[in-house]
Design a protein around this ligand. Structure first.
Ligand code: 5AD
Ligand code: SF4
Length: 453
């Protein structure tokens, strides 16, 4: 195995990015070496996503492209990892002749064995889900990325069972990773010069390891690494812990940014989606966030056109988004997924044209809100962590504010990994334009600046 070159292509969420880094580590322990394109590789893995149909379609198309590579290169191995694995297991190998290995999200430790089976001329599958696996003892290897921001997974799986969501089926039951292994990984990232960590789980508020809950975890990691800024994704509105809001307000390196998925804005729709909170409770939570953390930035996930959605329910989603004025929103048309409650019990009955129209209305309103929010940013000062040069110009750097807004400014003598104090001069709906003031640090910036709402 040891002379083989591998390439992993990752689709889907941040958790999948983090998983690919675990797989990197497992393969490199076998002596295999990572390469940056499919063409150079002896083994290609596609880490897949099932969240919406278009995610799966993209993967299928990519696998068909790899089939032609396989024709040219007889001993090329192609594997499917992650969320699509369970659904396609034998099917994909026998019917499509596209793939040699299929590995589910809890079976990555088995990849070396599976590769051996393939070497012996067999197809190999392991899609077993686990109640315990957290890959706690595996140190992820970050082969792509900017060397400044990293994801750290703190739990796996999901027990929530939202009616639309396939994740509980693809990733299995919820389980938390031991605090000590999380602390170790972050301390290594700190030594390597990383400056931002986003802790990840399908439902982070339910993190629980022995007597450590999510708030305690955030307390521990942020206290131990004062010059790393911390974000987290995603919490559930049904049980967001209020003590965490106070902690974020007090602790300079816990970012003033919360992604808090609403999905919909009416009680009837939330109930159909099996989201156990009301519009009113959600809005009260948002009020508390803004009271306790003045200036907090909020983002959300929204689904348009879920089963039986009426025009009134759609309007309620629009009005919720207008009230909250999110700084960012991930907006999707509903896509039916096999095995979910919605697929079994409801009808996907909002016509495609209406779904699209509603989604377009939602996006249009959100863009206007973001533009207005960004306009209010002009003349404000922020601490930006530089992530690299801007996509548009080598003479400009880009990075994000504590509140997760993308900022570009002139490079001068600043570099990747610097914390830079900037003043916002202009904006679009997606980006702030700023002038750099000085190189700074978390300690320096938050001691001198009074942050106003
Ligand atoms: N169709 C459309 N969007 C979905 N999401 C989850 N499942 C579906 C689905 N079947 C969205 C939700 C979730 C985000 C990660 O993806 O908004 O929060
Ligand atoms: Fe996609 Fe969900 Fe799996 Fe992430 S957990 S890869 S979003 S299906």
């Amino acid at each position: 195995m040891s002379d083989k070159r591998f390439y992993i292509e990752t689709y889907g969420c941040q958790m999948n990015m983090a998983d690919s880094e675990v797989v990197n580590s497992i393969l490199m322990d076998e002596g295999m070496s990572p390469v940056h394109s499919a063409e150079e590789a002896d083994v290609i893995f596609v880490n897949t996503c099932s969240i919406r149909e278009n995610a799966e379609t993209r993967v299928w198309n990519r696998l068909k492209e790899f089939r032609s590579l396989k024709k040219e290169k007889k001993d090329l191995t192609v594997g499917v990892l992650g969320c699509m694995a369970e659904r396609i297991k034998e099917n994909i190998i026998e019917k499509e002749q596209l793939v040699d290995i299929v590995v589910g999200p809890d079976a990555y430790r088995d990849i070396p064995n599976l590769l051996k089976e393939v070497n012996d001329g067999r197809k190999a599958v392991n899609v077993l889900l686990s109640l315990e696996e957290t890959y706690a003892d595996i140190t992820p290897v970050r082969t792509s990325g900017n060397g400044v921001t990293a994801f750290v997974s703190i739990m796996r799986g999901c027990d929530n069972m939202c009616a639309f969501c396939v994740v509980p089926f693809t990733r299995g039951r919820e389980r938390s990773r031991p605090l000590s292994s999380i602390m170790d990984e972050i301390s290594q990232l700190n030594d390597q010069g990383y400056k931002e960590v986003t802790v990840l789980g399908q439902n982070v508020n339910s993190y629980q390891y022995e007597d450590i809950d999510f708030t305690k975890l955030m307390d521990e990691v942020s206290k131990a690494n004062p010059e790393i800024r911390f974000r987290f994704s995603s919490p559930h509105p049904k049980d967001f812990p209020e003590p965490l809001l106070h902690l974020i307000a007090e602790r300079p390196n816990l970012c003033n940014y919360i992604h808090i998925p609403a999905q919909a804005g009416s009680d009837t729709m939330l109930e159909r989606m099996r989201r156990p909170y009301t519009r009113d409770q959600y809005l009260k939570l948002i009020d508390r966030m803004r009271e306790i953390i003045p200036g907090v930035s909020l983002s959300t996930d929204i689904i348009a056109g879920f089963c039986d959605e009426t025009e009134e329910e759609h309007e309620a989603t629009m009005s919720l988004m207008k009230i909250v004025e999110y700084d960012l929103a991930y907006m999707f048309a509903y896509s039916e997924r096999e095995r979910t409650l919605a697929a079994r019990k409801y009808e996907d009955n909002v016509p495609e044209k209406i779904k699209k129209r509603r989604l377009t209305e939602i996006i249009k309103q959100q863009m206007a809100i973001q533009e207005k929010n960004n306009k209010d940013e002009v003349a404000r000062r922020h601490l930006v962590l530089v992530e690299g040069t801007s996509k548009k110009s080598d003479e400009q750097l880009s990075g994000r504010t504590d509140t997760n807004k993308m900022v570009v400014f002139d490079k001068k003598n600043f570099k990747k990994g610097d914390y830079v104090e900037v003043e916002v001069t202009d904006y679009t709906s997606a980006t702030l334009i700023a002038k750099p003031i000085r190189k700074s640090s978390i300690a320096e910036f938050y001691n001198q600046t009074v942050v106003t709402a």
